[in-house]
Write a new protein. Structure first.
Length: 219
C-alpha cells in the first residue's frame, strides 16, 4: 500500500492539492479499516475503481487542454480579423473627412493654404509614425500643422496611443501643432477621459464635417 504522501503525489497529477489530500486520507482510512477486517478483495476493487476514474479524469483533462488551446488560436484569429475591420473603418473615416479639412482647419485654427494627406513621419533612428490625417499650412505667416486620428469608436487606449504619437511628432515638426480625434461615436467616459487628460485633443464627430464645413476637391 502506498503511503499517504505517495498517494498525494499521484493524485496531484489530476486533482488540485486539497482534493489530493482528502482522497489520500480517505483511501488510507479505508485501507486501515479493511486490513483490520481482513477484506482485501474489497480494497482491491476500490483501488481498481479509483485507478480507472483517475485515467478517465486524466483523459478528460487532456481533451479540455486541447480544446482550450484550439479556442486560444481561434480567439487570436478573430482578433486579427476584427483588427483588420477596425482599420478599414478608420480608413473610411479618413477618406470621408479629408475633403472637408481645408475648410475645417481654416475655421477652427486659422490655417491657410492647407495641404491635406496621409503621411509617414520618419525619425532619425529610422522608425516612423503613420498619421491618419496630416494637414500642413500657415497661420499668421508661420508653419502650422493639424494631425487627426480616426477610429469608429475611440477608446482610452486609442487616445493614449495618439498622444504618444504627438509627443514623438512634435520633436520633428517645426511649427504649431493642433490635434483632433474623430469617430462615429464616443462613449461619455471616453470623452471625459480625453478632455481631462488630453485637453489639447479636440473631439470631432464624423457627421460634423458634412453639417458644418465646406467640401473641397483635393489634388
Amino acid at each position: 500500500m502506498h503511503t499517504v504522501n505517495q498517494m498525494k503525489k499521484r493524485f496531484a497529477k489530476v486533482f488540485n492539492p486539497e482534493q489530493s489530500a482528502v482522497l489520500s486520507e480517505i483511501i488510507n482510512d479505508a485501507y486501515s479499516e479493511l486490513v483490520k477486517s481482513g477484506d482485501f478483495n474489497e480494497l482491491k476493487d476500490i483501488v481498481k475503481y479509483l485507478g480507472l476514474k483517475m485515467g478517465e479524469l486524466a483523459d478528460a483533462q487532456k481533451q479540455t487542454e486541447k480544446e482550450l488551446r484550439e479556442l486560444v488560436v481561434e480567439h487570436k484569429k478573430t482578433r486579427r480579423r476584427l483588427g483588420g475591420i477596425s482599420q478599414d473603418v478608420g480608413y473610411g473615416l479618413e477618406d470621408k473627412a479629408m475633403p472637408y479639412m481645408v475648410d475645417f482647419v481654416k475655421k477652427n485654427y486659422g490655417i491657410e493654404g492647407a495641404l491635406v494627406k496621409r503621411k509617414n513621419i520618419v525619425y532619425p533612428n529610422g522608425k516612423f509614425d503613420e498619421l491618419n490625417i496630416y494637414v500642413e499650412g500657415t497661420k499668421h505667416g508661420k508653419k502650422a500643422f493639424v494631425i487627426g486620428e480616426c477610429k469608429s469608436q475611440p477608446s482610452k487606449k486609442d487616445a493614449d496611443k495618439f498622444h504618444k504619437v504627438y509627443e514623438r511628432v512634435k520633436t520633428v515638426l517645426d511649427g504649431e501643432i493642433f490635434l483632433f480625434m474623430m469617430g462615429y461615436s464616443f462613449d461619455p467616459s471616453i470623452k471625459n477621459y480625453i478632455m481631462e487628460k488630453y485637453p489639447e485633443i479636440a473631439i470631432i464627430m464624423s457627421y460634423d464635417f458634412e453639417l458644418n464645413y465646406k467640401k473641397v476637391s483635393l489634388p
